[in-house]
Design a protein around this ligand. Sequence first.
Ligand SMILES: *Cc1c(COP(=O)(O)O)cnc(C)c1O
Length: 521
Amino acid sequence: MALNSQGRPTRMAENLSTGGYADTFSGSRGLDQSEPLIFERGRSDNTGVDLPKPKGTKTRLGGLDRTADIGLPGLAEPEAMRHYVRLSRKNYAIDLGLYPLGSCTMKHNPRLNEKMARLPGLADIHPMQPQQTVEGAIELMGELAHWLMTLTNTPCVALSPKAGAHGELCGMMAIRAALDARGETKRRRVLVPESAHGTNPATAVQCGFTTDEIPADATGRVDLEALKAKLGDDVAGIMLTNPNTCGLFERDIKTIADLIHDCGGYFYCDGANFNAIVGRVRPGDLGIDAMHINLHKTFSTPHGGGGPGSGPTVFSEALAPFAPVPRVEQTKDGWRLIEQEADADGEPFGRMTAFHGQMGMFSRALTYMLSHGSDGLKQASEDAVLNANYILARLKHVMTPAFDGTCMHEALFDDRFLKDTGVTTLDFAKAMIDEGYHPMTMYFPLVVHGAMLIEPTETESKSGLDRFCDVLEALSEAAKAGDTDRFRAAPVHAPTKRLDETQAARNPVLRWTPPVVAAAE
Ligand SMILES: *Cc1c(COP(=O)(O)O)cnc(C)c1O
């Protein structure tokens, strides 16, 4: 395999079965251009623009001027532009095809959202503008907050967290503040089911808690007896995802909430999978104390390289006093942001961000809510669940579902159907790339061996799902028929071929260093 100066494979695998001409002289193939790093394309002794040297200006840097070359690649405008456009064409995107990543809710981003976010009164404002000049934007935040509280039946929401994991941090900081206010310095143990997203235990530890794992039962849900055995007066709370990461509704959620509250702890709900229940279930009715909502999952704002995340966090009556600033408030004189802790009711634990959060995502998410209405949101979650169950029903004869029964918004398979085929979950996923499908989430959740977690979302049509299922069916049959070559070398049609995953994990090359030859020139 051809490697570049950084040890990165940039050319095609040489052993393709395409008659010996698989490797081109240029590394490009068809009109798909091979693309090195920008530092490898441009040389630092070149310059992309010619400007006359400034005359008669004295440095005002007080001796802090650069003494060595800056080392940036000198590229002309068309060269720089082509580099980035070529890279963008190697990206996979929800606008190109099905993106079945389980737990990530990759759904269509309606263009109406984009249009609204670009209105000058929303797009061209600055966080340091006087509040009275941006009252409309603050009202928009107030309205979004209203709908988030309505959909969850909670009395308070912090809009500022900038991702799901940031929302978890916000929720756990509020729990920590509430415990501290009660003088409960011993409550430091947080219960986390073993199927939890990695961000849950990471967040708990970040807030000074220890984590204690609760096993799943045979149905893929929290083992209630094991949970009871873990309760005690050092329990700060539980972090539970519902529907959980196995794509299953935690049926005992109300009992779990009662158990946690009775022992003096708080209930953090990971709301990343809210898309499965929005409009049908209000988490506040289930006894949660805090929950983040990924606007970039449930409310269709772009993510995965397409835009920043946004993780508003709702709070119960018990935690509301500790919610961070800023807070949005409607007074008789209009809308305003309460920015200082001293001006807020209760005992805010501080703030999560410098300003108020991801304004562009607030406009998009509110547009999505208002354009769907309550009936539309309910239908979206129902269709998301229907689509996942359609996949489960179509594939359960060829692949092995991890658990019996129907699922919620995502279908979870394990690798039993690949037993003795010599094909692994990883091989299977790579072969999907050759077929033009972005792989599903692999090897997560960890409770299932060789997990394959497929979330189609409601925005895929039946014919689109049928094409996808046809391919997975054919691949499953090819694996069982012993066609291992198809899998082992895959992907052969992608710009970058099969990577040496072990080498990439053990010896990651994360930093560009100038090639030795160039330095000697
Ligand atoms: C996506 C996700 C998160 C984290 O959300 P980010 O916005 O990626 O930080 C947490 N928990 C679950 C179950 C998720 O799917």
